[in-house]
Design a protein around this ligand. Structure first.
Ligand code: ADP
Ligand code: MG
Length: 797
């Protein structure tokens, strides 16, 4: 942007010799500024008190005195403006002065000599010379020629008309767009490709101007003529276009109405003959004032057309033409005063650049092609708009491999190809949104939640199974430690006991006592039933609430229980009672056998006695004698024997009754002891679990059983344990007839371990001992655990 005030120049028209009588003087300044002093001759102030000022000084950029030639004027005034126009800035040169002061001569030139040609032809000549010189840009030049007379515009370059009147020329009107830009409708823009074309157009316009002038309209003095050179330029291949306008303006005569001669009116302002010049002065005054928001450009067509030239985007120059003879001193002074005001106006010329979108598209396409070519050269492959099907397949394979790679450090390297990067993102998006994802829970827990697994029941189920799994893990860990102890114990025992079997097995299956004394005796004992004794009325007294029927103690805990039972402190008492009970059972059995014998003996004796009695009765019928009334010694003996046997029977029966009570009592004691044993086992079991948990917390190695707590679940299991222990034949619970020592848990475990030994079960965190037997046992438990998990549908954690 170029900020500068309007440049003002003065040109004094050559005068006849007789008029040159010291009216003015020109002072050329060193500092490129000149001043014009206008001196009012004394004779002009005739008859007045000599209190008027005698001289007036006006400063100009440069003053062209009478002998100044057209080329000099052009060089100083027009050439710099023409250069700016070529560079893309708007420019205006306007001549202001009274009629006959040389405005037309300066702007257009004299009609007689070539050397008198004015600013317009010289500028055209200069511009085309420059265009020819500058091959770096493509220039386009148009010219227009507008005459404004009485607020009407006329197109002086209309080629169709050989106008005889001004009114015959096309009328030009002013149009204003929403951005308040002025457009001149009907003003033709004639392209001038060279100086000759342009000059022809200039002469066409001048001819039209001349012809249209009549004595009636006095067009030459009362009209404004604006010759405009339109230049557009752009560098080859660039979408930026520069457009500039250079206005060369020949204004109407500035003379005033109230020209009453010298004297009192001399230096006072008079009205312009031409109203539009009055408005021009209003605009100039307004522009010179600070903080003036409204500039009255619209008051006249001339000021509207020249709006940009006055206080706008333009580099403007004014030439004040002066005809400094005695008669024109006042007008000259007015012209100079006007110029001084104009000099105050600041213009801001900007480079008129605009982007040609059409050119821009062409240019960008070219750039794209160039970049593509460059890319192809660098990568060695032609890149099309879309990826080929083969490339897409390859890419999908890469993504799959990347997604399946468990290594968190793995990278997906697809190079710096934006198309491929975009495809990867869309692939993964599809994957996430797609329903056929094998394990959606791996991608996001939120996405994984569908109706199947998200129901409260399922969640509850899952929680239970997890708890159970933790519990089992814990059991296994407890058992492993127990196993190690047991193993050691068993080894120690092996040295000491070679004949380990106590042979205490008692078969009571055949033991049955059925006393018959006419009817079934009340104190009848069916020894066979003693095994199910607890299932009778007695059991209920000791049983806790019977819930969860059918649930079995877990294998691990069952094994633990067996081992715990053996080491139990009260086991001795239980064993003593068990031995006692066995003795009592044996006693009862032999007693029952004896009673049976006695009963048979009595029955036999009774039969003998009856037989004897019948024999004697038959003998008495045959030979009734006195001897029949006599007692029979045989019968007496028999009766005595029967009595004896009956005594023995009673004694034995009473003994059996006592034995029964004792047996029942012993059984109750044992039930009690067993409940205590199980209770103690549960307490110990949860303590062990907590200890294990603490140990695992301290260890850095994670263990799946670490989450174990004495949960309601495990309490429930305790209840099942009680129930199972008393439920009789089909559990491994302690029975009065059973010797727990007989059960070799270790051997049983090792048997099952032999099968598991070959199978892989090392996924647990349980450490192996290095001892083959113990490890086998551990592996057996591992297998049991695995089976359990498979059954529950849980994976190995
Ligand atoms: P205006 O256009 O201001 O009314 P013109 O340019 O028509 O005045 O000039 C009036 C006359 O004076 C013309 O005949 C013109 O040739 C002559 N004239 C004006 N200025 C000069 C000059 N600097 N040198 C020679 N002749 C001039
Ligand atoms: Mg003129």
């Amino acid at each position: 942007m170029v900020k500068q005030t309007i440049q003002i120049y003065a040109r004094v028209k050559p005068l006849a010799r007789r008029q040159q009588a010291g009216i003015y003087s020109v002072e050329e300044d060193e500092k490129s500024a000149s001043s014009l002093e206008i001196i009012v001759p004394r004779d002009l102030a005739d008859g007045f008190v000599n209190n008027k000022r005698e001289s007036y000084k006006f400063k100009f950029q440069k003053i062209f005195d009478q002998e100044a030639k057209q080329d000099a004027v052009f060089e100083s005034i027009a050439k710099p403006v023409a250069e700016c126009a070529l560079a893309g800035y708007n420019g205006t040169i306007f001549a202001y002065g009274q009629t006959g002061s040389g405005k037309t001569f300066t702007i257009t030139g004299g009609a007689e000599r070539y050397s008198d040609r004015g600013i317009i032809p010289r500028t055209l000549s200069y511009i085309f010379q420059q265009l020819e010189k500058d091959s770096s840009k493509v220039y386009t030049t148009h010219v227009s020629y507008l005459e404004i007379y009485n607020e009407c515009g006329y197109d002086l370059l209309d080629p169709r008309h050989e106008a005889s009147r001004l009114e015959d020329l096309p009328k030009v009107t002013i149009m204003e767009d929403p951005d308040q830009n002025i457009h001149l409708k009907n003003l033709s823009l004639q392209q001038a490709t060279n100086e000759g074309d342009a000059l022809n157009l200039l002469f066409l316009g001048d001819t039209n101007r001349m012809i249209a002038e009549t004595p009636m309209n006095q067009a030459s003095t009362r009209s404004h003529c604006i010759f405009t050179i339109h230049i557009s330029s752009k560098e080859p291949g660039s979408a930026t276009v520069r457009r500039s306008k250079l206005h060369l303006v020949d204004l109407a005569g500035s003379e005033r109405v109230a020209k009453t001669g010298v004297g009192g009116q001399l230096l006072t302002e008079a009205k312009y003959i031409n109203l539009s010049l009055h408005y021009l002065e209003q605009v100039i005054i307004a522009l010179a004032e600070k903080n003036r928001s409204h500039i009255p450009y619209r008051n006249s067509m001339m000021t509207s057309v020249l709006r940009d030239s006055l206080g706008g985007n333009c580099m403007t120059t004014m030439i004040a033409t002066l005809s400094l003879d005695k008669r024109n001193i006042d007008e000259s002074i007015s012209t100079c005063r006007f110029a001084q005001r104009v000099a105050l106006i600041k213009n801001e010329a900007v480079l008129n650049e605009e982007i040609d979108s059409r050119l821009m598209i062409i240019q960008l396409k070219k750039v794209i092609q160039e970049l593509k070519d460059e890319l192809a050269m660098v990568t060695g492959e032609q890149r099309t708009e879309e990826l080929t099907p083969e490339e897409l397949l390859q890419l999908d394979e890469l993504i799959k491999r990347f997604l399946e790679d468990p290594d968190p450090e793995s990278m997906l390297d697809i190079g710096a190809d934006m198309r491929k990067i975009k495809h990867c993102f869309s692939y993964i998006k599809q994957l996430i949104n797609h329903t056929n994802i094998p394990d959606r829970s791996l991608l996001s827990p939120d996405i994984a939640g569908d109706n199947d697994t998200n129901t409260p029941e399922k969640k509850e189920e899952l929680k239970k199974l997890r708890d159970l799994l933790h519990q089992r893990d814990n059991e296994i860990n407890i058992l492993v430690s127990m196993l190690k102890k047991e193993k050691k114990k068993a080894q120690d025992a092996l040295f000491q006991l070679s004949a380990g079997s106590s042979g205490l097995a008692v078969s009571e299956s055949s033991l049955s006592i059925s006393l018959e004394e006419g009817r079934r005796p009340s104190a009848c004992i069916n020894v066979k039933d003693t095994q199910d004794f607890s299932s009778s009325v007695y059991r209920s007294a000791f049983l806790p609430r019977q819930t969860g029927l059918g649930e079995k103690m877990s294998l691990g805990r069952q094994e633990a229980f067996e081992i715990f039972k053996r080491d139990y402190v009260d086991t001795v008492t239980i064993e003593d009672n068990k031995q006692l009970l066995k003795q009592r059972f044996a006693e009862a059995k032999s007693l029952g056998e004896k009673i049976n014998e006695v009963r048979n003996k009595i029955n036999h004796l009774k039969g003998e006695r009856t037989q004897r009695h019948m024999q004697r009765a038959a003998l008495g019928v045959a030979s009734p004698s006195e001897e029949l009334h006599e007692s029979d010694p045989v019968e007496e003996t028999l009766r005595a024997q029967i009595e004896e046997e009956k005594k023995s029977y009673k004694t034995m029966f009473n003994r059996l009754k006592v034995l029964k009570i004792e047996i029942e009592h012993l059984q109750l004691l044992m039930e009690k002891a067993k409940v205590k044993l199980q209770k103690d086992f549960e307490v110990w079991w949860s303590e062990e679990a907590l200890n294990l948990q603490d140990q695992q917390k301290k260890l850095p190695v994670s263990n799946s059983a670490s989450a174990l707590r004495a949960s309601p679940q495990s309490l429930e299991s305790q209840q099942h344990l009680y129930t199972n222990s008393f439920s009789g034949t089909n559990t491994s619970g302690v029975n009065p007839s059973e010797d727990p020592g007989r059960k070799n848990n270790l051997s049983r475990l090792s048997n099952s371990a032999s099968a598991a030994r070959t199978s892989q079960s090392s996924s647990s965190s349980i450490p192996l001992t290095g001892d083959s037997q113990t490890d086998a046992d551990i592996l057996a438990f591992m297998k049991a655990r695995q089976n359990l998990m498979q059954k529950k549908g849980l994976g190995n954690k």
